[in-house]
Write a protein that binds this ligand. Structure first.
Ligand SMILES: Cc1cc2nc3c(=O)[nH]c(=O)nc-3n(C[C@H](O)[C@H](O)[C@H](O)COP(=O)(O)OP(=O)(O)OC[C@H]3O[C@@H](n4cnc5c(N)ncnc54)[C@H](O)[C@@H]3O)c2cc1C
Length: 460
């Protein structure tokens, strides 16, 4: 039998944010995580709110818009938290990442910034890694550079600089900028012999750990770029090394870099997950990686429904006992939600799902419509404290966080990272407070109980 204060189901951005906050609040915490999280596929920048859920318009300052959500989209997770709490959670996250070697930055104005994507489009986001070139909303950063050099590696298919260049050239703010594409070469014979189709960012990062290859890249870059240019290159450094190699590259070449996420695996996203995982283990958390929570046993006490214990695929009949659970198992992408032809369900606890209507209303007819596809907003029903419902009854000791929640579209509204961090952080605090008040109540009842000698009526 294993006992914890909190078990977090899911090792994505929401799960680790919640678990790290639980540990900080003194709770004995475990994470059970099944597979890769959405971070392996992400840009590694944290989107807080790029587009208004109400109007669909681009948002300048996400916190101003979040303050309005209580009036216009009261079920949105941000509306339940309020802008101050969202800001507090993101500041906490920033400090945590910084402490563990991955500083994330935002604009001094607290406005969103643009980053150039691997396809040469501009994406609005809020927190980015140090080698992501932040373009403010007036594009004033463009005045400080001469040229944009788009670099890729010969034979590497997951970033095509010509496509990015063609797209960038069509944007009016880049009209007077010289855009240049360059291919650099690496000795990839070892990889080609193994499997010529498997030349991914991870393989390049492994090659670039070797001194000779790294030095060759530095020298080729120095020949094509100057410190007045921006070198836009795929994220190919630092699988498991954090920022160390990017820092070394910048120091040895004196160039200004902009890392773009490649096709998955995305090293920018993996860097965040690695950092969170390391921080969690260093803080004393228990990580059940590669295991999967299959179901739980519930107990009904009067009108109170609570979860008694959990079972996992690997531990089979051995239950995990826990006072609280944070369900952060993600959306359809991570199997936190399951879609069948006419039904959407939550597979672990069979929780209630928000009303989704008939299948014909699940999606917009136009795939690339700027409006959100309704299915992206599907998720579990929760009360204002993010406690889920099961057969319309609130579960007292379970909380939900991240993309399993209903009523927001992480992609269309650019708020996936922000909702994951802020809901994870918030539910951890709610658990800590509920645990503290339970302890206080227990102490109080003990101190009010007559001691043995009093019970027997003895004179003290
Ligand atoms: C492809 C993609 C790219 C994205 N890019 C960005 C981006 O660049 N920036 C941004 O801000 N947002 C991005 N998002 C939005 C994304 O939803 C959030 O940023 C966030 O990462 C979601 O985190 P999460 O922890 O809720 O879920 P997830 O990251 O999906 O993690 C859920 C975890 O739970 C595990 N799990 C599921 N079931 C079980 C079980 N039964 N037992 C144990 N573990 C289980 C899964 O294996 C997974 O590891 C992206 C989303 C997708 C799908």
């Amino acid at each position: 039998m294993i006992d914890y204060d909190v078990v977090v189901i899911g090792g994505g951005l929401a799960g680790f944010s919640s678990a790290l906050r639980c540990i900080e609040r003194g709770l004995k915490t475990a994470v059970v995580s099944h597979g890769q999280s959405a971070m392996h596929f992400s840009s590694g920048s944290i989107d807080v709110l790029s587009h208004s859920p109400t109007t669909g318009e681009a948002v300048s300052n996400p916190f101003d818009e979040i303050a309005e959500l209580a009036k216009t989209s009261s079920l949105h997770p941000y509306a339940k938290l309020g802008e101050k709490r969202v800001f507090e959670s993101l500041s906490w996250f920033q400090q945590l990442m910084s402490k563990h070697g991955l500083p994330l930055k935002h604009q001094g104005s607290l406005d969103n910034h643009y980053r150039v994507s691997s396809l040469g489009t501009l994406k609005s986001t809020w927190l980015s890694q140090p080698y992501v070139w932040q373009l403010d909303q007036n594009f004033s950063a463009l005045n400080q550079i001469n040229r944009i050099i788009l670099v890729s590696i010969e034979g590497f298919r997951d970033f095509q600089p010509e496509i990015a260049k063609a797209k960038l050239a069509r944007l009016p703010m880049f009209a007077d900028k010289e855009l240049l594409t360059v291919k650099i070469t690496l000795d990839t014979s070892g990889i080609a012999q193994r499997n010529c189709h498997e030349f991914r960012s991870i393989d390049v990062s492994r090659l670039l750990r070797q001194e000779a290859d790294f030095a060759s890249v530095c020298s080729q870059l120095r020949q094509v770029a100057t410190p007045n240019d921006v070198v836009l290159m795929p994220s190919i450094l630092g699988n498991g090394d954090g920022l160390a190699l990017m820092e070394k590259l910048a120091a040895e070449t004196h160039l200004k870099f902009h890392e773009v996420p490649t096709m998955p695996p995305s090293l920018l996203g993996i860097r965040i997950e690695d950092t969170l995982r390391r921080a969690f283990i260093e803080a004393g958390g228990a990580l059940h990686i590669g295991d999967e929570v299959t179901h739980g046993v519930f107990k009904q006490n009067g009108d109170q429904l609570s979860l008694a214990c959990l079972y996992t695929r690997k531990m089979r009949t051995v239950p995990i006992n826990t006072k609280f659970v944070v369900l952060a198992s993600g959306s359809f992408f991570s199997k936190g939600l399951k879609a069948e032809h006419h039904k959407v369900s939550e597979p672990i606890f069979d929780l209630d799902i928000e009303d989704i209507g008939g299948r014909e209303s699940w999606y917009s007819k136009h795939f690339f419509s700027r409006k959100s596809h309704p299915f992206m907003n599907f998720g579990v029903s929760t009360n204002r404290e993010f406690k889920p419902l099961k057969a319309q009854q609130c579960i007292d000791n379970v909380y939900c966080a991240g993309s399993i929640l209903a009523h927001y579209d992480p992609i269309a509204h650019g708020c996936g990272g922000g909702v994951a961090i802020s809901t994870g952080f918030h539910v951890a605090d709610a658990i800590a407070e509920s645990q503290e008040s339970a302890c206080y109540a227990q102490k109080l009842s003990h101190s009010q109980q007559p001691n043995q000698s009093q019970k027997k009526g003895a004179l003290v």
